[in-house]
Ligand binder design. Structure first.
Ligand SMILES: Nc1ncnc2c1ncn2[C@@H]1O[C@H](COP(=O)(O)OP(=O)(O)OP(=O)(O)O)[C@@H](O)[C@H]1O
Ligand SMILES: [Mg+2]
Length: 275
């Protein structure tokens, strides 16, 4: 047998293996009770993502497996273009993978219709986007209450929770300001308050400390850590080692693949106790 043929055969066996794992995961998740045996809040199984087609196609993620349990904060690091934001948006069901499966709180996203996906996103998910995504015609507090009200919370209770979340990020004096009248760092803090308000169980944060000074950045990390210690799961994309040091695990991406992973103990050693 030629080397090429042997390689091809091995390749197709690997592919079949991945397909089987994806199928098993989706099937387990669609059983009554979902993945009751796993305490994972989010699970990515063999996730790949290709943007575009043909010669201009860009492969952003390749065969990513990742599982994050309640009480776990995972930092994702990697060079620009390595697939960090793509991973986050797929984990949150904002875009589907090209192949692979995403399971959030025991439910396989590929098996949910658009309405159910939207409901799951609203209830379970807090997203801090790299570019904030605030609604410019709403004040700070209205931006934070909106997802709660959409989810059926009374206006009064939503407002109360939003006040607490905004105060926690140091915006007590800015509740009624519009995003355009605030600094980048202040806008980022509104986005963070909006993501953690209402006890959502999965927090996905794309460089949430990027526009913040170090004191506010640390306050944000403390808040994220507290939500996770309270039972949420979080994925944090960051370029900064001192913020990654708050994580239980660091996942390194290169060219769309997870190339390395380190846990808390080794993380501390790696980062020399920066935190
Ligand atoms: N909508 C899109 N259409 C086409 N290509 C895209 C799209 N979004 C991302 N890409 C490409 O996919 C790859 C991964 O992008 P991604 O934004 O996930 O990287 P990143 O690690 O978040 O980078 P950064 O640190 O700069 O934010 C890059 O090559 C990027 O150019
Ligand atoms: Mg990005």
């Amino acid at each position: 047998m030629s080397d090429g043929l042997r390689r091809d055969r091995r390749g197709s066996r690997d592919l079949r293996d991945v397909e089987r794992r994806i199928d098993d995961a989706a099937r387990a998740a669609s059983l009554p009770g979902g993945c009751a045996d796993s305490d994972a809040i989010v699970r990515l199984v063999g996730v790949s993502r290709v943007y575009g087609e043909g010669e201009t196609a860009v492969t952003a993620l390749v065969g990513v497996d990742l599982e994050i349990a309640a009480g776990e904060l995972v930092a994702v690091m990697g060079a620009s273009g390595s697939g960090k934001s793509t991973l986050l948006s797929i984990a949150g069901g904002l875009q589907p993978p090209s192949s692979g499966e995403v399971i959030v709180e025991g439910r396989a996203l590929s098996r949910l219709d658009a309405r159910a996906t939207a409901r799951l996103r609203r209830r379970s998910l807090g997203f801090v986007f790299q570019d904030f995504n605030l609604i410019p015609t709403l004040t700070a507090i209205e931006n934070v209450t909106l997802p709660l009200e959409l989810d059926g919370e009374s206006a009064r209770r939503a407002r109360r929770q939003a006040q607490v979340a905004l105060d926690a990020v140091g915006l007590e004096a800015k509740h009624d300001a519009y995003p355009d009248d605030l600094s980048g760092g202040q806008q980022q803090r509104i986005a963070i308050a909006r993501a953690v308000v209402g006890g959502r169980r999965l927090i996905l944060a794309d460089e949430p400390t990027g526009a913040l000074d170090s004191v506010t950045g640390e306050a944000v990390m403390r808040m994220l850590r507290a939500r996770v210690d309270d039972g949420a799961a979080a994925i944090l994309v960051t370029h900064e080692a001192r913020h990654a040091a708050w994580a239980d695990r660091i996942v390194f991406l290169r060219d769309g693949r997870i190339v390395d992973e380190s846990r808390r103990d080794s993380t501390d050693a790696l980062l020399g106790g920066i935190r």
